[in-house]
Design a protein around this ligand. Structure first.
Ligand code: SAM
Length: 295
């Protein structure tokens, strides 16, 4: 996978449709998924959080490039959510809470829809009973609960050498993702960081069902912070300030306003304006920390 270090050079090689489709992932992440699918063997491809198909199209075109039939197992609620989807779908769908996004997903996939098996609904109710998974893309771990469910359901099915892309890891909002990979560090080797938010791992030793059932939320705060620090030490330097900021979110979850605010301040002083978009994290976390003091 020597192309991973120069993934930005690969963007220009992508089919136009992959770049044009509306989505929440970067062009570099689309190139990553396309390449990974182009190299996948007989194992399953599972995509958790497909939204309206940007990541799915990157995977499906990669599969098609190697002449494989798939499918890509794509999971999502596929319902418009005015809070989580911001302006991403402006002009494409009726901005009404709950609008069905399946038609737009199918339109974006075009002829590649034949390479996709779509699983619509709450992923927290989705079973997986095999086959073994060779490529797992995760862009759905937006809560403690969902993160725990998908880890215990899908990780035990990873085959040795499988690739896992944790798209929510390099972010201020989802500390549980880094904690998961730190808790399972004996099973995964970091391969690289792909902006905007993806950490790529190789599964060296598949976790058992017991290994993968992690009660991260129930851990004492210090243990949670230590897990985030442990993953910070394993990953690309560029990704580390995001995880430092994710610790502020752990303080918010623990209800500690003072430590949340002082952590945000420290990260802000350390990075200034050198990290693109991190100021959104400063602002949102300050709002959440400030709200802790209110009745
Ligand atoms: C960041 S978006 C995915 C972006 C997508 N990978 C792309 O390329 O544009 C996260 C998705 O997770 C989905 N999601 C969040 N929680 C979910 C759940 N419990 N069950 C199913 N889907 C969920 C949302 O509907 C949303 O489409």
């Amino acid at each position: 996978m020597e192309w991973l270090a120069d993934i930005d050079d690969e963007v220009g090689e992508l089919p136009r449709a992959v770049l044009e489709v509306r989505g929440m992932i970067s062009y570099e992440e689309r190139a990553l998924l396309h390449h990974l699918a182009a190299e996948v063997g007989d194992g399953a491809i599972v995509e958790l959080g497909c939204f309206v198909g940007a990541s799915t199209l990157a995977l499906a075109t990669g599969l098609a490039a190697q002449g494989a039939k798939g499918p890509v197992h794509a999971y999502d609620l596929l319902r418009f959510d005015e809070y989580g989807m911001g302006g991403y779908l402006d002009g494409l769908v009726e901005p009404v809470q709950g609008t069905d996004l399946v038609p737009l997903f199918k339109k974006h996939l075009g002829a590649y829809i034949d390479l996709v098996e779509l699983h619509v609904g709450d992923v927290n109710r989705a079973p997986w009973d095999g086959p073994g998974i060779e490529l797992l893309f995760i862009d759905i771990a937006k809560s403690w609960r969902t993160n725990r469910y998908i880890t215990k359901t899908f990780f035990p099915w990873l085959v040795p050498g499988a690739v896992v892309v944790q798209q929510d890891l390099v972010h201020w909002e989802f500390p549980w993702v880094a904690m998961t990979m730190a808790a399972l560090s004996d099973h995964f080797e970091p391969l690289g960081f792909v902006p905007f938010g993806s950490m790529v791992y190789r599964c060296t030793r598949p976790p058992t069902k017991d290994d993968a059932d992690l009660d991260l939320r129930g851990m004492p705060l210090q243990q949670q912070l230590d897990l985030v620090s442990a993953e910070q030490d394993r990953i690309d330097e560029r990704a580390r300030p995001w995880l430092e900021l994710a610790k502020a979110n752990l303080y918010v979850h623990a209800g500690d306003q003072d430590l949340a605010l002082s952590t945000i301040e420290k990260v802000e002083a350390a990075v200034g304006e050198s990290v693109q978009w991190i100021e959104v994290g400063f602002q949102r976390l300050r709002e959440r920390a400030s709200a802790l003091g209110q009745p």
